[in-house]
Design a binder for this molecule. Structure first.
Ligand SMILES: Cc1ncc(COP(=O)(O)O)c(C=O)c1O
Length: 394
């Protein structure tokens, strides 16, 4: 009998663990999990090593090392033009994941409702549940994944406290446009909602520059911006994240943070401060590398007969597999990992209403050229492997 409590029982194990297990079992090229298969920059690693050698091995200040909260505030001002007080308006967490859960734990009363847009990063509904909140889900539809104002309004009730938004978006790569930003501002003001803006892919944009939701004047006083080192510096395993916002909202996140992890690892915070002071050329090159990877994988997916939805941001591509006649996304991804030797994620994992994901698969392109080339080579035989399977089954 399961001893997992009723709040967490519905969530089970994450799909990433299962797809990684299958990828290993079938010696597949893993484009499943969104973790780079290359290391982050040397100057950041050196800063961490130096911090360890220098004896910076004790707890950091609960709200974040002063040098890191200052660097976060500086970078935020550089990208948004908004000045924040590092001692009041920033908190450093163990990855964005902790910032998400501590926002819920610090802000929600039991029974408060939180609007989530599906497909969503899979920790969102679990974080809401852990805090005793209730998730209300609004579906974003392929291929453009834009917010529909009517659908959003239908999800709102007098109990709604918070909207959780993610742009650039995992898994679709969509970035909120002006019309969607206006919808969010209108609805949030009208219903006096807090907005949690997950911007972990803030440095990964390919068409237009990312603009934080906090830039919207109506949203600034009600928005917490979440981000982390993991995606922007290719250190997903370091788990250094942060929340930035009005001091009253950040105080709520801190209230939970002090009793969950208290602080993120000190030497990694030292290195994160160095990372955030990287010159503009770092970010320009970073994006150029990723744009090349995106275009390369999109071309390979297209050549295999899949139909990629080209992402404006993030490091994922959703592709439509309906031409191949599988029942759903899980069936397709299972075939792909077992028979073709490429692991992708069935995006049903990011939906409550899983039928919307049936024709899609998510591929991560945060991979070395050799990995992408190997995947593309294998994907090229997708059609013929499937035809052989069907012939043998007859
Ligand atoms: C949208 C989104 N938010 C948050 C996270 C987690 O970030 P971190 O690793 O910093 O906890 C991820 C990781 O994949 C993500 O895709």
């Amino acid at each position: 009998m399961s001893r997992v409590n009723s709040r967490l029982r519905p969530f089970g194990a994450t799909i990433f663990a299962e797809m990684t297990r299958l990828a290993v079992a079938h010696n597949a090229v893993n484009l499943g999990q969104g973790a780079p298969d290359f290391d982050g920059p040397e100057f950041v690693k050196e800063a961490a090593i130096r911090a360890i050698r220098d004896g910076r091995g004790q707890y950091a200040r609960m709200t974040g090392l002063p040098e890191l909260t200052a660097a976060i505030a500086q970078r935020f001002e550089r990208t948004t033009g908004i000045q924040v007080a590092p001692d009041e308006q920033v908190v450093v967490t163990c990855g964005c994941t902790e910032a998400i859960v501590n926002s819920m734990l610090g802000l929600l009363e039991p029974g408060d409702e939180v609007v989530l847009f599906e497909p969503f990063y899979d920790s969102y509904p679990a974080a809401v549940a852990m805090a005793g909140g209730i998730a209300k889900v609004v579906t974003l539809h392929a291929p453009d994944f834009r917010i529909d104002e009517e659908a959003l309004r239908r999800a709102i009730s007098p109990k709604t406290k918070l909207l959780l938004v993610n742009s650039p978006h995992n898994p679709s790569g969509h970035m909120l446009d002006d019309a969607e930003r206006n919808i969010l501002a209108r609805v949030a003001v009208e219903h006096d909602l807090i907005v949690l803006s997950d911007e972990v892919y803030e440095e990964l944009f390919y068409e237009q520059a990312h603009r934080s939701l906090a830039i919207e004047p109506e949203l600034r006083d009600r928005t917490i911006v979440l981000s982390s080192l993991g995606k922007s510096f290719s250190f997903t395993g370091w788990k250094v994240g942060w929340a930035i916002g009005p001091s009253a909202l950040v105080a709520a996140v801190r209230a939970a943070h002090q009793f969950t992890t208290f602080c993120a690892p000190t030497p990694l915070q030292v290195a994160a401060a160095a990372a955030l002071q990287a010159p503009d050329s770092y970010f320009t090159e970073f994006r150029a590398d990723y744009r090349a990877r995106r275009d390369h994988l999109a071309q390979g997916l297209r050549a295999s007969g899949l139909i990629p939805i080209i992402p404006e941001g993030s490091y994922f591509i959703l592709a439509d597999h309906s031409a191949f006649g599988f029942d759903d996304d899980f069936a397709f991804c299972r075939f792909l990992v077992e028979k073709v030797g490429v692991a992708a994620i069935p995006p049903g994992a990011f939906y409550v209403n899983k039928q919307h994901a049936r024709s899609l698969a998510r591929f991560a392109f945060c991979k070395q050229d050799a990995t992408l080339n190997a995947a593309i080579e294998r994907l090229a035989s997708l059609g013929s492997i499937l035809a052989n399977e069907k012939r043998d089954a007859r």
